[in-house]
Design a protein. Sequence first.
Length: 178
Amino acid sequence: MTIAKHTMRLGLALAGGIALAGSAFAGACPADQMRPDGSGEKVNSTPAKDVSDTVLTSIDLAKEPAAVKDRLLRLRRLEIKPGGVVPWHSHGNRPAIITDKLVVWVADSSKDKGTYIAVFNRGNESADIHYSWKELGLTGRQYSLRDLWQQADADKTESLTAKLLPHACLLYRATKVD
């Protein structure tokens, strides 16, 4: 499958998931329910209540050109009834920016090899992307990027800057330089 088909497939999966989902806002986790490293809520610290979680489709990223081991890109439908409780979540794998045209998602590497960054253009026009690392929740001043679709390293950079075609996506691994 070509990179363009992968990009379209991933973009459609994310756009479909966002279209299916309504708006939701996360609250702060109670301190006694946090993991010691602060990365999210302890597993099974709160039982699920009035929540249904349906995986609609998934893509094993290890089998894609990005070759990201131990990662699935899943399109899920999470329905939470009023007063419902989601069992647990992660602070390290999350959407960092969501606008009407762009979604930027960050995910910690499972083996501390940096941070994965995916950018999805949901719009019908090309998008110029420019976000500081701080806006994405990253603490470093400078990161080196690896384009996981192209399997190519980029220069060190002080921000995430790119031009993205309509309905396309980018997938990088960012490694903190300083």
